[in-house]
Design a binder for this molecule. Structure first.
Ligand code: SAH
Length: 325
């Protein structure tokens, strides 16, 4: 789904008036960017669990201390009639407040693909060996092919999305006979943790490609249900379990490989925990990263204790493969 962003710029003096006017109008969900927050984050890294302070935050903190009191308030509206009517209402509420400027801008949200439903789902070869097919289609597998049968339900992950297939391609290199990577893994990878499992596709691909077991995590109940269904359909219940959860919170799994097809900001948040649980030589595969976010995600991954060994690209999407130092 596309969104329209209403970007409001004001100063500390008027920010409260703007917020109050919007709240009165029933707009209770807004993002507020205050340069003083950056100072706070910079001073309390531990509290915010930021393992690193990125340049953007550092710069914002500097500016705030130099007296920048520009406050940015952002609201999101859906790209339909109701959303656009609400947008006009919001603009009406703030237009009379002095020292306030605003503009509306259409945006393709980078989380949009998470919910994209695959309408034209046919048996599809992903990578060298994996074939993903819906339950309602027959498929005669060639000798070397590994077939995953699934019905995506409302959960994401038919295997057709670029971000998913790049993960499968990376998994093929790290599992299998491991001969494709130039580094020398100290132990053969056997346990795979799939963060943001969706339909369970990557966890299933991992065990079919040679992992002994996998654990999939998803924050969405529907994904957990669909993933369990798909795992049963493929007879993999004994080797894959699925848990509902937020990223790696409360997970103690000691994986050899972590695969996470999320999106840039979530990958950044996940990286310290991924580093803490992977052994040296363990593999961290991340995807769902837009090209414009590649550098910042790479830096976060490196800062968390990884060396990057490959970046896969497909259109505007990137997947990053890293090895734990
Ligand atoms: N692994 C699948 C699905 C990727 S879509 C594939 O590659 O095709 C991303 C999934 O991450 C969604 O199912 C979404 O529900 C889940 N997700 C989003 N935020 C999460 C979080 N904080 N913790 C765990 N899962 C999350």
């Amino acid at each position: 789904m596309k969104y329209t962003e209403l970007k409001i710029t004001t100063n500390r003096d008027k920010a409260e008036t703007v917020q109050a006017a919007l709240l009165d109008g029933g707009f209770d969900s807004m993002q507020i960017d205050d340069p003083m927050d950056a100072v706070d984050i910079a001073e309390h890294q531990d509290l915010y669990k930021y393992d690193y302070i990125n340049e953007e935050i550092a710069r914002a903190a500097e500016e705030a201390e130099a007296g920048n009191d520009t406050i940015k308030i952002t609201l999101y509206f859906t790209d339909d009639e109701e959303g656009q009517t609400r947008l006009k209402e919001a603009e009406g509420l703030i237009s009379a407040i002095p020292e306030v400027s605003f503009e509306a801008e259409d945006t393709g949200d980078d989380s949009e693909w998470l919910y994209k439903w695959q309408e034209h789902f046919r048996p599809t070869k992903v990578g060298r060996r994996i074939v993903v097919k819906p339950g309602w289609e027959d498929y005669e597998a060639a000798e070397d092919e590994l077939v995953i049968e699934m019905d995506p339900g409302m959960a994401f992950g038919s295997g057709l999305h670029e971000t998913t297939s790049m993960c499968i391609k990376a998994l093929e290199k790290d599992l299998g006979d491991g001969s494709e990577r130039s580094y020398d893994p100290s132990r053969y990878p056997i346990r795979v943790l799939d963060v943001g499992t969706g339909t369970g596709i990557l966890a299933m691909a991992a065990v079919l490609l040679g992992a002994d077991e996998a654990l999939g995590i998803d924050i969405d109940d529907e994904a957990v249900r669909v993933a369990n269904e798909n795992i049963a359909k493929n007879g993999l219940e004994g080797r894959i379990s699925i848990r509902r959860g937020n990223l790696m919170d409360g997970i103690d799994y000691e994986p050899d490989i972590i695969v996470a097809n999320l999106m840039a900001d979530l990958v950044i948040m996940l990286s310290p925990a991924a580093s803490a649980q992977l052994r040296p030589g363990g593999i961290y595969i991340t995807s769902g990263i837009l090209d414009i976010k590649e550098e910042i995600v790479k830096k976060a991954i490196e800062d968390a204790g990884f060396d990057i060994i490959e970046v896969l690209a497909d259109g505007e999407w990137r997947a990053i493969v890293a090895v734990r130092r």
